[in-house]
Design a protein around this ligand. Structure first.
Ligand code: PLP
Length: 388
């Protein structure tokens, strides 16, 4: 049995979620736009799920729209906001994000730069935190939108989103946050944001379904046209996925109470690794973090950065699944080779130090026995690495 500690890449489908989805895969397959009773039943399922997802972030159901992924939700938010603003306000030509955002956001900002937007990318300190003073100096009456993730997917570092949103709003700019890794792991309140991105598969829901919280009245032009989702995002609804997302969001809200236990297990792993591996350090360890994530850089016998890829392979052979940075930048998806993590290099790590770092990400299914099994592998692994 694999010890799965890669839950920031994706999570296992919860049995409760699977049970909720199964009827929509077989019996209840009608199109929610159809006029007959079966269509109405499907419509009700979508609307119940919308209420469940909204409840997780303190939103009104009408302010939540479903998408095909978080990546799509972020694109819909940022492009939808900017295209709408372009029609009404020609004075704002500047947008801002941080150096440690998910690649989907950074690539979108690159594209927007090529389209003529002035783009600022806020640096982070050694703990992975951007400075609100720097942000305040960059945001002006010409800023259209600020996008800052709620929690970083590689280090778990919690970003100063409330402060960033206040600064953006004080200058009349819009605020988007990617709360994909935070939702279900820490309390997430949509109230600070104009746009907020979620993904089902990071909270024990299915892949291929995301959601966007859109504050009522926030500027928005649809990215995908069609009558669904109140004309804000076209395409026949992925009913099983949406139902699964709803069930996952309800479970996530319940499980928030158990975040302390998750943090306890993560700390047990982290302190255990540091005690067993001379020279190991926690990336982002000085910042407040998600309770499930630990990003650790490993040293070899001489105190130089260890070969993280080799460590990952050896852990994999021992049945332990961890990752180096984000799954999507690992090259495994045809992403084009193993680039050092842009998050860790933004925190000041050298390429070699970044490549010596592994991300351990737990879930509510992780157990103390699993953590102890991982820790028990380390002394032999260290001895082999030092001998090599
Ligand atoms: N944002 C963050 C912070 C993520 O970690 C991920 C997934 O890795 C995404 C966005 C993209 O989510 P999705 O796979 O639903 O597009």
């Amino acid at each position: 049995m694999t010890i799965y500690l890669d839950n920031n890449a994706t999570t296992a489908l919860a049995p409760e979620v699977r049970e909720a989805m199964l009827p929509c895969l077989f019996g209840d397959y009608a199109n929610p736009s159809s006029p007959h009773s079966a269509g109405m039943a499907a419509r009700r399922l979508v609307s119940d799920a919308r209420a469940q997802v909204a409840a997780l972030i303190g939103a009104k159901p009408a302010d939540v729209m479903f998408t095909g992924s978080a990546t799509e939700a972020t694109h819909a938010a940022i492009l939808g906001a900017l295209r709408s603003l372009e029609e009404t306000d020609h004075t704002r030509d500047h947008i801002l994000t941080t150096a440690v955002e998910h690649p989907a956001t950074l690539a979108l900002f690159d594209d927007l730069r090529n389209q003529g937007w002035r783009v600022s990318v806020l640096p982070v300190n050694a703990d992975g935190l951007p400075s609100l003073v720097d942000l305040g100096a960059l945001v002006s009456e010409r800023t259209a939108l600020v996008s800052m993730m709620w929690a970083n997917n590689e280090t778990g570092v919690l970003m100063p989103v409330a402060g960033a949103s206040a600064i953006a709003h004080a200058h009349g700019a819009l605020f988007h946050t990617d709360a994909v890794q935070a939702a279900g792991r820490v309390a997430v309140e949509c109230g600070i944001a104009d746009y907020l991105t979620l993904s089902a598969h990071k909270m024990h829901g299915p892949k291929g379904v995301g959601a966007l919280y859109l504050r009522k009245g926030a500027p928005f032009r649809p990215l995908v046209h069609g009558h669904q989702e109140r004309r804000r995002h076209g395409g026949t609804e992925n009913v099983p996925g949406i139902v699964g997302f709803g069930a996952a969001a309800s479970l996530a809200a319940l499980w928030l109470d158990e975040a302390g236990l998750l943090g306890f297990l993560r700390d047990r792993l982290e302190s255990g690794v540091l005690a067993r591996w001379p020279g190991a350090l926690v990336n982002g360890g000085g910042a407040a973090r998600l309770p499930n994530t630990s990003n650790i850089r490993f040293a070899d016998g001489q105190g130089r950065p260890a070969d993280g890829e080799e460590l990952l392979t050896r852990l994999d052979r021992a049945g332990i699944a961890v990752s180096m940075g984000a799954a999507c930048s690992s090259g495994a998806n045809g992403g084009g080779g193993n680039e050092p993590s842009h998050v860790l290099t933004a925190m000041g790590l050298s390429g070699a130090a970044a490549a010596s770092s592994l991300r351990f990400s737990l879930s509510r299914y992780s157990t103390a026995a699993e953590i102890d099994a991982v820790l028990s592998e380390l002394p032999a692994l260290h001895a082999r690495l030092v001998a090599a």
